[in-house]
Write a protein that binds this ligand. Structure first.
Ligand SMILES: Cc1cc2nc3c(=O)[nH]c(=O)nc-3n(C[C@H](O)[C@H](O)[C@H](O)COP(=O)(O)OP(=O)(O)OC[C@H]3O[C@@H](n4cnc5c(N)ncnc54)[C@H](O)[C@@H]3O)c2cc1C
Length: 562
């Protein structure tokens, strides 16, 4: 089966594809390839699982001291688990769930109430409550109709726009609806949402400000005036069609323990070598008669340099020819499963002479800052002051007081946040302590100092949960990532490369590559499955080309020696 089956309308509702993620490609290649994968984010790890199962010899090179990329977590010297960012799992992550079933970690997800909760200034709570006896689309429609988050005129604007959206078409003709959504990549969500206002100009702004903006920030860390309509509607399409798509799950504890460790164990059992703190610096390649790259023969990597790496290091250095720690490793096929700064740094300048690779440089990224703040009580408990202050005894397994779900807000600079000690209590709940709030700030705040961000976070939490003013912050940590997701603004799909490239033995993966989905864990997983499909489908041809290349090289070397 080819990667094409992961793209297109069929890929969204095709249950077979979940089975594909659970079982792997289901093929054993006749030829055993030596495959180098650069990047151990979800995309690289998933690709490695499939390629190892298909019988190939796989080696991974990762810049940071841990796997997981943007979903990673690590321990500081005091034993606190630090996360790169807050991660929630939507019910429509069929491919990622398949991978988690394969590695045995799916049961470590904690299912949340089927409601999306908005916290407004002064402690007012609004819900998009999908709990309803009848499934999609009725559960979704009643959630929008009944939500306290919007006033009557905002609800009317919502009804007008959603009622005339591709979502309605998709209810009877999913393919037609999805095709319409893809065609909306050239406009912002706001442009699309306000298109039909006519004489009621301005009427839609209320629902954008109070509901859609926090959701847009949560999905792409940019607002509705900047995010592509296609990104927003892709996910809402799934919410409308499948009841389970909008259900949220969160990990039992840290991503390292509950997501990555099982994948690493799976890979190690299959002989995959993972080299941490080993950045790729360049791709060794052959040029054709026209001076363009034709084949990647190896990866220049910088050998591990133990203590030098910062956890949030992002790498765009090129190889220093004089550096004795830079060595070349040869492979039959190479996969770059990188983030945008990584791929832009690793691609050799000659590659940019090919339009396919040059287009990648049009893609931009968004900065984020993740703030973790621990308190001596339960921040999100607003009804019972005794319970809010009570941190006595064992309150593990989510038994602390407060709201056990992802939270959105239109009144804070962190549009989505959660109390990790409740939602993912595994390693985050500490006896004798209360909430561990994790809040993701976007570009509006990332230039501020870490100290200021912590102060701002606490002040904004106090505004959302006035009773939390009685609590004291006992610990905090800020993690800044200068280049996180690709900026999901209009018109970007045309710059996102496919996983197979014009160079037969060179492949790309990563959530920024084209996989018909958002920059997300599910998107990264899909790209990993797709790149494996591409390689497995042409393993024999790659092996034959490798053999021809080795023979030709041997002849050149023999001639030079004679
Ligand atoms: C704050 C935050 C919150 C998020 N929340 C959610 C969420 O709730 N739900 C969701 O589905 N998604 C979420 N995402 C998105 C999700 O994390 C990403 O889409 C996904 O993890 C991308 O995976 P990837 O493998 O494509 O890339 P990455 O995870 O970025 O992996 C790329 C890897 O390449 C490595 N690398 C870079 N350069 C080099 C080099 N030269 N040599 C070797 N290695 C290199 C990096 O260190 C990294 O490990 C969030 C992202 C952020 C930043």
């Amino acid at each position: 089966m080819g990667a094409a089956q992961q793209v297109g309308n069929n890929a969204f509702l095709n249950k077979y594809l979940m089975g594909r993620a659970i079982k792997g490609t289901g093929l054993k290649s006749n030829s055993k390839l030596k495959i180098g994968i650069v990047g151990a984010g979800l995309a690289g790890l998933v690709a490695a699982m499939d390629l190892a199962d298909a019988g190939h010899e796989v080696e991974i090179f990762e810049l940071r001291p841990f796997v997981g990329g943007k979903v990673s977590s690590w321990l500081d010297k005091e034993g606190n688990h630090i996360e790169m960012g807050l991660h929630v799992f939507f019910g429509c992550y069929y491919n990622l769930f398949g991978i988690m079933m394969r590695t045995g970690s799916f049961d470590e997800l904690r299912l949340k109430e089927h409601t999306h909760t908005f916290i407004n200034s002064g402690g007012n709570v609004g819900e998009l409550d999908f709990r309803f006896p009848i499934g999609a689309p009725v559960s979704g429609l009643q959630a929008f109709a009944r939500t306290e988050q919007l006033g009557v005129s905002d609800k009317l604007a919502n009804a007008l726009r959603l009622g005339t959206s591709p979502i309605v078409r998709a209810l009877v003709d999913f393919d037609g609806g999805m095709d319409m959504v893809r065609e909306l990549d050239d406009m912002t969500f706001t442009e699309w949402f306000t298109q039909l206002e006519g004489p009621f100009e301005g009427s839609a702004r209320g629902s954008i400000d109070r509901m859609w903006d926090p959701i847009a920030y949560a999905l792409g860390f940019i607002d509705c005036d900047h995010i592509s309509a296609r990104c927003m509607l892709t996910i809402f399409m799934l919410f409308a069609i499948r009841s389970e798509a909008s259900v949220l799950r969160m990990l039992e504890g840290s991503p390292q323990t509950y997501l990555h460790d099982p994948i690493v164990a799976y890979l190690e059992e299959r002989g995959v070598k993972i080299n941490l703190r080993t950045p790729a610096r360049d791709l060794v390649h052959e040029l054709g008669a026209d001076g363009l790259p034709t084949r990647v023969t190896g990866i220049k990597i910088k050998r591990s340099n133990a203590e030098k790496f910062d956890a949030t290091d992002q790498d765009d250095d090129r190889a220093d020819e004089e550096d004795p720690n830079v060595v070349t490793r040869e492979f039959d096929a190479v996969v770059c499963a990188l983030d945008l700064p990584g791929i832009k740094g690793v691609l050799p300048p000659k590659f940019r002479e090919m339009d396919f690779f040059d287009k990648i440089y049009n893609l931009d990224t968004v900065p984020i800052a993740t703030v973790q703040v621990r308190f001596d009580g339960w921040v999100t408990e607003m009804n019972d002051m005794k319970a809010m202050m009570d941190i006595s005894g064992d309150q593990s397994d989510g038994r602390g007081a407060g709201i056990d779900n992802l939270l959105y807000s239109a009144d804070a600079e962190f549009s989505c946040f959660a109390d990790l000690a409740l939602v993912s209590p595994g390693e985050y709940y500490k006896e004798g302590e209360g909430s561990l709030i994790q809040a993701v700030f976007d570009s509006r705040a990332t230039q501020r100092s870490e100290e200021q961000l912590v102060k701002d976070c606490i002040a904004q939490l106090n505004d959302l949960f006035p009773s939390s003013k009685q609590l004291t912050c006992t610990w905090s940590k800020v993690t800044k990532l200068g280049q996180s997701l690709y900026r999901e603004k209009p018109g970007q799909d045309k710059f996102r490369p496919t996983q197979a490239t014009p160079i037969d033995n060179f492949f790309l993966a990563g959530s920024y590559t084209y996989q018909d989905y958002l920059d997300s864990m599910e998107g990264a997983t899909r790209s990993g499955l797709m790149v494996a499909d591409e390689i497995v489908a042409r393993a024999d041809a790659i092996a034959a080309a490798s053999e021809r290349y080795t023979k030709a090289q041997a002849k050149v070397e023999a001639a030079a020696a004679a």
